[in-house]
Design a protein around this ligand. Structure first.
Ligand SMILES: NC(=O)c1ccc[n+]([C@@H]2O[C@H](COP(=O)([O-])OP(=O)(O)OC[C@H]3O[C@@H](n4cnc5c(N)ncnc54)[C@H](O)[C@@H]3O)[C@@H](O)[C@H]2O)c1
Length: 349
């Protein structure tokens, strides 16, 4: 686990995590509970097809407050933001393909709901610190590598456009209203508690599932694209570090990952670690080809020089931990509905 002793700033503080039943949000909630003395509230609406899963908070369920509700509802969010010290704003839609198939839904989740949160903060908690999770995708096809924060932005899909707009909302509300926001541009993140029910959210999670099932890992365009990946615990450390740093306010940071790896090599590594699975190369399906960005990886130099953060978990170690997690908890992640759609039985606590 990570070095929580570095994050004593959070002790005695009140923290809201939007999207806190999802992959990254639930790992963050667990880290905050582990610090001890942190008042943690999770807001999540368990959006169908996304990573929200009640099993993600198994073991800490009685140590967090849970609100199953939509961040886009101002009656809910107005009530939640008052008195909170930190908001880790992770609620949003991750899928690039879904955003192209249903752009208006992506607009609701990645823009309208973000503005609803920021408006609530402006009215009821204008000095709150917000840590927003953006994405490396906003750069589009790289002009040079590794991507740094000065690289031009040209989102290749609707999701990227909306995440960029949401970043800008957060930065604008800082300049105009003094809300203390910071934006982190995450790269492909993997680890325990990630959705692996379908292949539209994360290719890494999907590869892991295929390998564990002894299935076929499909590589589009021969899998020659190189990407950087981050293990989720490293991303949590970056989020906590950015939250604790005053100098980070008003800034955007890339969370560049470990050494870039070709997707074909990632597939081979998973096959070797699980002892199962095979690879098949296919031409890109047209809907993926049109939003493909080729080699893409980013530099973590800016955040490293400010907070000292860098990814510490090697890809191999991260994959081993992830596979072990899913071997133990398979029932809660392999089949839809077991944990995601039991929300009707969940009440606010
Ligand atoms: N996972 C990655 O590789 C990655 C990469 C770049 C950026 N990000 C960003 O990190 C954040 C978290 O990603 P994740 O991988 O944990 O996704 P996830 O799908 O596992 O979690 C997102 C959670 O947000 C919730 N949610 C969405 N809209 C909501 C709303 N309006 N109200 C309440 N809850 C809502 C969903 O129900 C889900 O539980 C997202 O904003 C995503 O854009 C993730």
């Amino acid at each position: 686990m990570m070095a929580q002793e570095h994050f004593v700033e959070y002790k005695g503080r009140s923290v809201l995590i939007t999207g806190g039943l999802g992959f990254i949000g639930s790992n963050l909630a667990r880290a905050l509970v582990e610090i001890g003395g942190v008042d943690v509230t999770i807001l999540d609406s368990l959006v169908p097809g996304q990573g929200g899963n009640l099993h993600n908070i198994e073991g800490i369920r009685d140590r967090v407050k849970l609100q199953i509700a939509d961040m886009g509802s101002n009656t809910v969010i107005n009530h939640l933001v008052g008195g909170v010290d930190y908001i880790f704003n992770l609620a949003g839609s991750v899928s690039h393909l879904d955003s192209m198939n249903n752009p208006l839904r992506d607009l609701e989740l990645n823009c309208a709901a973000q503005l609803t949160l920021l408006e609530a903060c402006r009215s009821f908690n204008p000095h709150v610190k917000i840590i927003f999770t953006s994405t490396r995708q906003i750069y589009g096809t790289p002009v040079y590598l590794p991507l740094d924060e000065r690289h031009r932005v040209e989102p290749p899909d609707i999701n990227g456009i909306h995440k960029l707009a949401a970043e800008q909302y957060h930065l604008l509300y800082r300049r105009v209203y003094g809300i203390r926001s910071v934006c982190l541009r995450l790269t492909n993140t993997y680890g325990p508690r990630q959705l692996l029910l379908h292949d539209r959210q994360s290719f890494i999670a999907w590869f892991i599932r295929q390998a564990m099932d002894g299935g076929v890992i499909e590589l589009f365009g021969e899998g020659k694209q190189r990407r950087d990946l981050n293990y989720v615990d490293d991303v949590i450390e970056a989020l906590l570090g950015a939250g604790a740093s005053e100098a980070a306010e008003g800034e955007v940071f890339n969370l560049g990952g470990t050494e870039p790896i070709m997707l074909s090599a990632l597939a081979e590594e998973l096959i070797s670690l699980t002892g199962h699975g095979s690879v098949r190369c296919l031409p890109f399906p047209p809907e993926r080809q049109s939003i493909e960005i080729g080699n893409a990886y980013s530099s973590a130099e800016k955040i490293q020089s400010l907070t000292g953060w860098r990814p510490r978990t090697s890809l191999r170690e991260g994959l081993i931990r992830t596979i072990e997690f899913y071997q133990k908890h398979r029932d809660h992640y392999w089949n839809v509905d077991a944990d995601t759609l039991s929300r009707s039985q969940t009440t606010v606590s």
